[in-house]
Design a protein around this ligand. Structure first.
Ligand code: NAP
Ligand code: G4F
Length: 385
C-alpha cells in the first residue's frame, strides 16, 4: 500500500516541489487548496490527474487552515501517514497589513491540525512537519543561527510562526506526537512567488533586458539572507519525517549574501555590470558596462540597441523606493545547518550562483512570451509590488 501524505499549501512553491518529490517516491499525495475566484493551481497542473481516474497519486481537497472542522474532516477522511503543514500567509511585509489573518492562519492553523490529530486519536499513526522559519530569529542574537539561538520575531508573520513553532513542540512533549519543526532559511526557485525579493529581481531583470520596463524599484538593499533552492529544502522536509524521533532542525546553506549582491550577480549573467552608489533612499544601481555579445545571446541585437538607448538617458536602472521598507526589518539571516548535515545526512545540491542562473534563465523565457505578445499588438501589464 502506498504511503499517504497530506500537504497544506500544496499550491505554493514548496507544496508543489514536495508533492512532485513524494509522488516520485511512490506516495499518494493529498493536498489542501483554497477556493479562489481564479484557478490557482499553475504550480501543480503538471501533476494533476482527472478525478475520474480511480487510482490517482494526487488528490486535492478544498479547505482552509482557518476552518477547524474542514481540517479535521480532511484528516479523518484521508488518514495520512505524514502531514506537511506548509500553508501560510507567507509574505513578511504583507503580514503587517493583515496581522490578525496571519495569526489565524499561520499560528492557530497549526494548532487546528495538531488538535485534529489528538481528537481523532491518530497520534501514533501520523507524523507532522511544521514549516517553521528563520524569521523567528528576527533581531538576531548570534550569527550564525542554530537550533539553540534564542528567537526574537520582528513581524506579525514571525510572531504567528513563533506560536506555531512552540505549539508543535508542546504537543510533542505533552501528548507524544511525532511533530517536528523545520526551521528553514529563505529558499527560492523559478516558481517562487513574484513579490519575494529574489523573484522580483529576476523578473525585473528579464523585463529590463527585453525592453518591457526601464527601472527596478527595490527596498532595503543591505539585508542579508541565506538563500537556498526550494528543491533541496523539500528533501530536508521529507528527511525530517523519516527520523525515528521527532526533533527540530535548521535548514540553511551556511552562506549569507546581501540583496544588493543578489542583484549584481543576476545582472552579470546577462552581461550587465552594475555599481551601487549613494546611501539609503538615494542609493542606485548604475550600469558601468555591457557585454554586447552576452547580452545579445540572452536577448537579441534589437533589445541590446534599445537597452543602450535607455541607459544613455539614465544608467541608474536600480532605484530605492521606501514603499518596500518594513516597519521592523530582519537585517541578517545566516544559518548553521550542522545538525541537519549530521543527523539527516542533508546537504544542498545548489549554490547561490546555480540558483540565480536557473531563475534568470526561467524568467527570460517567461518574459520573452510577454515580449512576443507585445510585438503582436497585445497589451502587457506591469506589476509594481
Ligand atoms: P507560498 O508559496 O506563499 O505558499 C503558501 C501556501 O499556503 C499556498 O498554497 C497558499 O495558498 C497556502 N495558504 C495561504 N493561506 C492559507 C489558508 N488560510 N489556508 C490554507 N492554505 C493557505 O509559500 P512557500 O514559499 O511555499 O512556503 C511554504 C511554507 O514554508 C510557508 O508556511 C512559509 O511560511 C514557510 N517558509 C517558507 C520559506 C521560504 O523561504 N520559502 C522559509 C521558511 C518558511 P494559495 O496558493 O491559495 O495562496
Ligand atoms: O524575499 P523577502 O520578501 O523574504 P523574507 O522577508 O526574508 O521572508 C521569506 O523568507 C522567510 C524565511 O526567512 C520565510 F519565512 C518567509 O515566508 C518568506 O518566504 O525579503 C528578503 C529581504 C528583506 O530583508 C526585504 O526587506 O529582501 C528585502 N527587500 C529589499 N527590497 C525586499 C525588497 N523584499 C521584497 N519582498 N521586495 C523588495 O522590493
Amino acid at each position: 500500500m502506498a504511503r499517504k501524505a497530506l500537504i497544506t499549501g500544496i499550491t505554493g512553491q514548496d507544496g508543489a516541489y514536495l508533492a512532485e518529490y513524494l509522488i516520485r517516491k511512490g506516495y499518494t499525495v493529498h493536498g489542501i487548496k483554497r477556493r479562489s475566484s481564479l484557478l490557482n493551481t499553475d504550480r501543480i497542473d503538471h501533476l494533476y490527474q482527472d478525478p475520474h481516474i480511480k487510482k490517482r497519486d494526487l488528490i486535492l481537497h478544498y479547505g482552509d487552515l482557518s476552518d477547524s472542522m474542514n481540517i479535521t474532516r480532511i484528516i479523518q477522511e484521508c488518514r495520512p501517514d505524514e502531514i506537511y503543514n506548509l500553508g501560510a500567509m507567507s509574505h513578511v511585509k504583507v503580514s503587517f497589513d493583515v496581522p490578525e489573518y496571519t495569526a489565524n492562519t499561520d499560528g492557530i492553523g497549526t494548532l487546528r491540525i495538531l488538535e485534529a490529530i489528538r481528537l481523532l486519536d491518530m497520534k501514533n499513526d501520523v507524523r507532522i512537519y511544521q514549516a517553521s522559519t528563520s524569521e523567528l530569529y528576527g533581531l538576531v542574537r548570534e550569527v550564525p543561527q542554530t537550533e539553540n539561538t534564542p528567537f526574537y520575531p520582528r513581524s506579525p508573520y514571525a510572531c504567528a510562526k513563533l506560536y506555531a513553532y512552540w505549539i508543535t513542540v508542546n504537543y510533542r512533549e505533552a501528548y507524544g506526537l511525532h511533530a517536528s519543526n523545520g526551521i528553514l532559511f529563505n529558499h527560492e526557485s523559478p516558481i517562487r512567488g513574484e513579490t519575494f525579493v529574489s523573484r522580483k529581481i529576476t523578473r525585473g531583470l528579464a523585463r529590463i533586458v527585453l525592453g518591457l520596463q526601464d527601472t527596478l524599484f527595490m527596498g532595503n538593499l543591505s539585508s542579508k539572507r541565506d538563500w537556498g533552492h526550494a528543491k533541496d529544502y523539500v528533501k530536508a522536509m521529507y528527511l525530517v519525517l523519516q527520523q525515528d524521533k521527532p526533533d527540530d532542525y535548521v535548514i540553511a546553506t551556511g552562506v549569507t549574501t546581501e540583496v544588493r549582491e543578489f542583484i549584481r550577480k543576476s545582472f552579470a549573467l546577462v552581461g550587465v555590470e552594475l555599481e551601487f552608489k549613494g546611501v539609503g533612499e538615494n542609493e542606485t544601481g548604475c550600469v558601468t558596462s555591457v557585454n554586447d555579445s552576452l547580452f545579445t545571446e540572452r536577448s537579441s541585437r534589437e533589445h541590446l540597441k534599445k537597452f543602450k538607448t535607455t541607459i544613455s538617458r539614465d544608467p541608474h536602472i536600480i532605484k530605492v523606493d521606501p514603499l518596500y521598507y518594513r516597519p521592523t526589518e530582519v537585517d541578517i539571516l545566516h544559518g548553521d545547518p550542522t545538525k541537519a548535515n549530521e543527523k539527516l545526512g542533508w546537504k544542498p545540491q545548489y549554490n547561490l550562483d546555480g540558483l540565480i542562473r536557473e531563475m534568470v534563465d526561467s524568467d527570460l523565457i517567461l518574459m520573452k512570451k510577454e515580449s512576443y505578445l507585445r510585438k503582436g499588438g497585445y497589451k502587457i501589464l506591469n506589476y509594481f509590488e
